[in-house]
Design a binder for this molecule. Structure first.
Ligand code: PMP
Length: 445
């Protein structure tokens, strides 16, 4: 493939943008390809190369690059009518009503402009509501670029995971290993009365995809109830993707107090949202006294796009299609791995998938594997599946980044550029795309 124009653009970008990009994960080595346009389940780069796209904007693009007609005309209509006013509009109310109707935990919602803004506001809300300072997070979980959650280490030794955050901030954050019931119980025994919230992705989706073990979220729910802390599900990625319109909380049957959203709920435009019980969400100003505000919040174009996105999904076979292709892809990759890389583990559920480059072949495997499997406990490989962020961090992460991703790209398949970020099937993908992708996996692995 020829990448000359992308390389030139990256040269120019490096002079005017730090690292040549506006979001760090985009700076693939040695240089990223610059996108010219999307086409269904594909993107075409500045040199005219075509790729099957499973990055899908890092999650928002439920329909790929061809939004259904009602979405497109709503975007045009609201963009040309305003596009925004600094005063409320009907479409915000309609979108809020729709989300509240479909997501079990949501009675009220505040729309903001990014997933990060949603989690920042959710943490402030939890602290304001409970009058407590500490928040529990999962090691390897991600909640955007914010001070309270860019923290690593463990509950006894939390430390900022980036420069620019004072240790004095990090000390209020308690990282625990995902899926470890004993660890979270101990943290509650020691700090329970100071814990404002447990912040958790229902599925770790920025750490290779790690599914919750049976009962883990219920344990979090019970501990939060016992100690008067809020359970916050960060559904920025899983929201309206896993578990359909009911989101991951309906799939797992656990109702959080607060849910953060982003990505799909904005129909491809910048968005975030904080939803939950009225009693809690009404603590936000001007109803309550936890300050929250934003010039672009509830932007009419975003609201219209998001609303038409979800309405279309409610009325069509969107989730059936993407979940079927997701399963086909996971099963196909699993077969290829069994043959060519039996130590690797295929993970994911619904329309999310990833191959974790785990290092050892499970002893009990005998070439038989039902993986591609949503990490079901009845799978013979279950013990081998990553259960914590650390399990994924210990994989052959360099091999993904330095070799595998490039191989796939050169064969026309655009995956996320590191071992940790999820990949997504969209409504625009076809069986043919899946077959092409599996051929590329075969070759690259
Ligand atoms: N929470 C989760 C679970 C996310 O995956 C992300 C972004 N990938 C965020 C929060 C932050 O969202 P944004 O990038 O829109 O700020």
């Amino acid at each position: 493939m020829n990448h000359e124009r992308s390389r030139d653009l990256y040269d120019r970008a490096l002079s005017v943008m730090p690292g040549g990009v506006n979001s760090s994960v985009r700076a693939t080595r040695p240089y990223p390809f610059f996108v010219e346009r999307g086409d269904g389940g594909h993107v075409i780069d500045a040199d005219g190369n075509r790729y099957v796209d499973y990055v899908m904007g890092y999650g928002p693009l439920l329909y790929g690059h061809d939004a259904p007609e009602p979405v497109q005309s709503a975007i045009q209509k609201y963009a040309s009518a305003g596009p925004m006013y600094g005063a409320p509009t009907e479409i915000e109310v309609e979108h809020a009503e729709f989300v509240a109707r479909h997501v079990p935990s949501v009675e009220m919602i505040r729309f903001v402009n990014s997933g990060t803004e949603a989690t920042v506001s959710a943490v402030r809300l939890a602290r304001g509501y409970t009058g407590r300072d500490k928040v529990v997070i999962m090691q390897g979980g991600y909640h955007g670029a914010q001070e309270s959650t860019l923290v690593e280490g463990d509950a006894d030794h939390p430390r900022p995971s980036t420069s620019g955050i004072p240790q004095e901030f990090a000390k209020h954050t308690l990282p625990v290993p995902f899926n470890d019931e004993e660890a979270i119980q101990e943290v509650f025994e020691e700090h329970g009365d100071d814990i404002a919230a447990v912040l958790v992705e229902p599925i770790l989706a920025n750490m290779g995809i790690v599914m919750p073990v049976d009962g883990y979220h219920q344990t979090l729910r019970d501990l939060c109830d016992d100690y008067g802390s809020l359970l916050v599900f960060d559904e920025v990625i899983t929201g309206f993707r896993v578990g359909g319109l009911g989101c991951a909380q309906s799939k797992f049957g656990v109702t959080p107090d607060v849910t953060t959203f982003g990505k799909i709920v904005g129909g491809g435009f910048p968005v975030g949202a904080i939803g939950g019980k009225s009693e809690i969400i009404e603590q936000f100003t001007p109803a309550g006294d936890v300050f929250q505000s934003g010039t672009f919040s509830g932007h009419p174009v975003t609201m219209a796009a998001g609303h038409e996105y979800l309405k279309y999904a409610a009325e069509n076979d969107v989730y059936d299609h993407i979940n079927r292709l997701g399963e086909k892809l996971r099963e196909g990759i699993t077969d290829i791995c069994a043959d060519q890389a039996p130590e690797y583990t295929v993970v994911g559920t619904d329309s999310m998938f990833k191959t974790v480059f785990t290092r050892e072949q499970p002893a009990m495997l005998d070439g038989q594997c039902e993986a591609g499997c949503q990490q079901r406990p009845d799978c013979p490989r279950y013990d081998h599946c990553p259960k914590t962020g650390g399990d994924v961090a210990n994989a052959e992460t360099e091999r993904w980044e330095r070799i595998f991703w490039h191989e796939m790209k050169e064969q026309g398949v655009f995956l996320t550029a590191n071992q940790f970020e999820s990949q997504f099937v969209s409504y625009a993908h076809t069986d043919e795309d899946i077959e092409q992708t599996l051929e590329a996996y075969k070759h690259a692995l």
